[in-house]
Design a protein around this ligand. Sequence first.
Ligand SMILES: Cc1cc2nc3c(=O)[nH]c(=O)nc-3n(C[C@H](O)[C@H](O)[C@H](O)COP(=O)(O)OP(=O)(O)OC[C@H]3O[C@@H](n4cnc5c(N)ncnc54)[C@H](O)[C@@H]3O)c2cc1C
Length: 402
Amino acid sequence: MKLPYIIIVDDDEQVLRAIQRDIRNEYREEYKIAATESALEALELIKELKLKNETAALFISDQKMPEMEGIAFLEKANEIFPDAKKILLTAYSDIEAAIKAINTVKLDYYLLKPWHPPEEKLFPVINDLLDDWHALYKPDFEAIRIIGFQWSPKSHRVKEFLSGNLIPYIWMDIEANTDAEKYLNSANAAEKTDLPLIVLKDGSFMKDPSLPELAAGIGLQQKATKEMYDVLIIGAGPAGLAASVYGSCEGLKTILIEQSSPGGQAGNSARIENYLGFPTGLSGGELTRRAVSQTLRFGTEVLTPQEVKSITVKDGYKVTEMMDGTVIHSKAIVIATGASYARLDIPGLENFTGAGVYYGSASVEAHACRDEIIYIAGGGNSACQAAMYLSKFAMRIILWKI
Ligand SMILES: Cc1cc2nc3c(=O)[nH]c(=O)nc-3n(C[C@H](O)[C@H](O)[C@H](O)COP(=O)(O)OP(=O)(O)OC[C@H]3O[C@@H](n4cnc5c(N)ncnc54)[C@H](O)[C@@H]3O)c2cc1C
């Protein structure tokens, strides 16, 4: 894989050299690092990289520069590599401009100069942003492929499951992507009965798998490994994930059961702006990814997809039975099953769920609706937020207040 770029711009030669040195020392094994005093030169380089099929993961720019301000530079760079992360280097006097830039150019972070010691003030911020970038970046040859029909609930279910579990995939619409046919032929799969076809990274494939089969194929944990847990948590929305982090970080044997994919309702949110500690906001997907890696790091076992069927008490212990008949013993249970969506009461609508009718506005739905006219039912803040997000993809949005 080609190494992604980190591009640094600062017209002050001394500052540029200092940040370039710190970034090189820490990241040169995994990234190519380009640094320049000229914003115009940096933009030329960025265009060239795009043509050469290279990629940029991070832009770091000074704010006050003679050729153009850092915010303007980041805005232009963002047009070419929209997924790259953006950091503005600021002096104390530029903070107001930096805070405005959080909204105007979706700035990811503003870094006050000087940033010493970098181990405390620079690297943690950059590590975090690069982790985020990697989680969403989909290099062409390394992802799972899903081949199916665009307006198929089965294909949507698989896309939703993979994206909810933060597993990158490449979607290939059989009617629009000429390469899709080749995969179908190699797997000896029939269009009518075998879609969606899933091609794994090692070239093996699965024809129209159930979610548990798919989860097993991609290596997601579905069975408990211990005889007994201190705490079993049902539901991996924000509440269940938070409970699991607190449980396992206190040394409790903790297991988290999720029937679909972690994140819960929050996983469907395009942008959450009121979470403490995230001044620039973050998507539900990002929040979930952070929470899942945090809880796994503390040793929580996460089983997905597994649905809890019943709970009984035997000899003072709780016995939780799953839909697949397996049971897990625990001393305590936290139920964090959240809320269910209100469904639209329109006859026949259920048949189109996942095939043009969606409950949510995360990136899976957004990509499905590219260049289409979208009707959004609802008039609360989630509906308006969805309208803002989907407007980047759709031809037109019509909001119905119901
Ligand atoms: C589109 C949208 C945007 C939102 N934006 C914001 C926002 O910007 N800011 C904000 O503060 N809030 C926002 N919310 C609300 C926020 O997402 C919810 O308050 C939050 O997700 C509730 O968390 P929870 O963990 O209690 O429940 P949920 O998120 O509902 O999670 C419950 C989980 O339990 C699982 N589950 C249920 N039953 C079982 C079972 N039997 N076995 C196994 N698993 C089970 C479900 O699959 C689900 O994953 C938004 C909600 C939506 C839908």
